[in-house]
Design a protein around this ligand. Structure first.
Ligand code: ADP
Ligand code: MN
Length: 515
């Protein structure tokens, strides 16, 4: 399916202007500014009604096949819901009619015409039954396949310092170019990858700074137009999903927004009652909403499509499904960690791109990040050994590398460290798995060395301690080169045999460190 055509087409009808400007924007034609708590209160239905009845219908259509409508517990208390159901029915009939006409006109003719663009329910917007699968084992992380095939990875040649350093610059430059795709979707980065552009770190950092300030600037502009940040954070579809959870009694109340990031928004909620008896909903929950901003993913399309590993799997997925896979992945990874006994949020439920988990913290106050908390030197040391242990467990028992481990994604709660934010976590045999692990080790080492933990291993020692590998290089450059060589070996093996090497554990289990 043509992604451009798809992105341009979801509104079969007179789409309101705000929609094309900001997919996250709330329809604010008439509604007045209000806090999230208000929106999530009992009055939600009324508010939604007011807001959305004034918004154009196509937006509503997109939600129509959600779980609200299909289950037995059809919600008839809201006029909006009823309207959506009716609209959905109408659209279905309309599309069926179109299909009949299409068939009639085309007949057996070899040349056929398509009414696709006239359909009300576009495949893009509709939720196929496939969408209802709440999660699956997503063993590969499509977004980390960020090395486009146009810039094939060259293995490093020899161990000579010159060669490695030069090579490193090239790889670094390409990486920087590829990393530009992480900038805000509005930020035009051009086709640096296509022309094998290599950005120096200096240039990249300058660009990054610029991209961020641009992003902030446009965010400020938006904010003026929209209401509060929390309001802006969820689109109507997501709000309906949340509303449904409250309505079903699963959540008591959604109190407010804890964090607004680029890829997700996290809310706090008080847990309610579970529909099934075997499941207990924690008294306090965190709701992580993965942003379904479509633009960001259009850019990534090419990496996925061109990557032999993802071709089959992802060519059929639309961006919305891919964003759900992130949420699925986080859930899946959290479950693995839970099973290994690593302190982390407990998964409550996953609905599409919304992941509900237990709240780390108390009375609506989230546990502080490790970077924001001042620990005694004893606690600091304790935290260090705990993290060392967790990294080993994560690697060995969960077969995972966190891939974004730092003092930002570790919370201090109940006298121990909790790991969060694992949607990007990958298996060690991921094409860049070991590089991610090394980066994690670097963050952890630096944090604790700066924090005065004399026992803290350096990044290389930590890497070996976690992975059980025995890379002997005595400097970072050579060390990284060896890591990349190992990854390359694995990649080649995958290419040739379609299977992963188990080499990463060939040295036996990593030693478990104890205090
Ligand atoms: P992001 O990808 O936006 O960094 P995170 O999962 O790290 O997403 O969540 C962002 C922030 O929300 C965290 O830094 C933390 O402060 C808070 N948070 C996330 N999950 C929880 C949780 N289960 N309990 C308490 N706070 C949480
Ligand atoms: Mn985070």
């Amino acid at each position: 399916m043509d992604p451009v055509g798809v992105a341009a087409a979801p509104d079969a009808g007179p789409g309101p202007a705000w929609r094309s400007k900001c997919p996250w924007g709330a329809p604010n034609t008439t509604s007045i500014s209000c806090s999230l708590a208000d929106v999530m209160s009992e009055q939600l239905a009324k508010e939604l009604q007011l807001e959305e009845e004034n918004a154009a219908f196509p937006e509503v259509v997109a939600v129509a096949e959600g779980p609200f409508i299909t289950g037995e517990n059809i919600d008839t208390s809201s006029d909006l819901m009823l309207a959506q159901m009716l609209q959905m029915e109408f659209d279905r009939e309309y599309d069926a009619q179109l299909r009949r006409e299409e068939k009639k006109i085309n007949g057996d003719s070899k040349v056929s015409i398509s009414f696709e663009n006239y359909r009300k329910v576009h495949p893009y917007d509709s939720d196929s039954s496939e969408d209802e699968v709440d999660w699956q084992d997503t063993r590969h992380d499509p977004y980390r396949a960020d090395k486009p095939t146009t810039t094939p990875r060259r293995g490093f040649i020899g161990k000579g310092k010159d060669i490695t350093t030069k090579h490193d610059e090239v790889v670094c430059g390409r990486k920087n170019t590829a990393r530009m795709e992480n900038f805000a979707p509005e930020f035009q980065v051009g086709d640096g990858i296509g022309m094998d552009l290599k950005l120096s770190n200096q240039v990249f950092n300058a660009l990054k700074q610029h991209a961020y300030s641009e992003e902030r600037r446009s965010a400020r502009l938006h904010e003026k137009k929209e209401h509060s940040t929390a309001e802006k954070a969820v689109d109507p579809k997501t709000r309906l999903l949340l509303y449904k959870m409250v309505n079903a009694g699963m959540l008591e109340t959604i109190t407010g927004c804890i964090s607004t990031g680029k890829e997700s928004v996290v809310f706090h909620a008080y847990g309610g009652k579970s529909a099934t008896e075997d499941k207990v909903i924690p008294p306090e929950c965190a709701i992580k909403v993965f942003k379904t901003t479509l633009n960001e993913f259009k850019n990534r399309d090419k990496y996925i499509k061109d990557d032999y590993r993802f071709k089959d799997r992802f060519s059929k997925l639309n961006p919305r499904k891919i964003i759900r896979m992130w949420a699925e992945k986080e859930m899946h990874n959290l479950t693995r960690m839970q099973n290994a006994g690593i302190p982390c949020p407990q998964v409550v439920i996953l609905k599409k791109h919304v992941l509900v988990m237990s709240f780390i913290g108390q009375d609506q106050v989230p546990a502080p990040k490790l970077k924001d908390v001042t620990l005694s030197s004893e606690d600091m040391k304790k935290a260090y050994y705990q993290i060392l242990n967790m990294m080993q467990q994560l690697y060995k028992e969960c077969n995972l590398v966190h891939a974004d481990l730092s003092e930002y994604n570790m919370l201090w709660h109940d006298g121990k460290v909790w790991l969060i934010d694992v949607s990007q976590s990958v298996e060690p045999t991921h094409p860049h798995g070991l590089e991610f692990l090394f980066r994690d080790c670097r963050n952890v080492s630096q944090f604790f060395q700066k924090g005065g933990v004399a026992e803290a291993l350096n990044e290389r020692e930590l890497f070996n301690a976690v992975s059980g590998l025995n890379i002997t290089a005595d400097n970072v450059v050579d060390f990284q080169a060896e890591i990349e060589a190992l990854e390359k070996m694995n990649e080649d093996h995958v290419q040739n045999h379609g299977k992963k090497l188990s080499m990463f554990s060939s040295n036996g289990d990593p030693p478990i460190y104890d205090e």
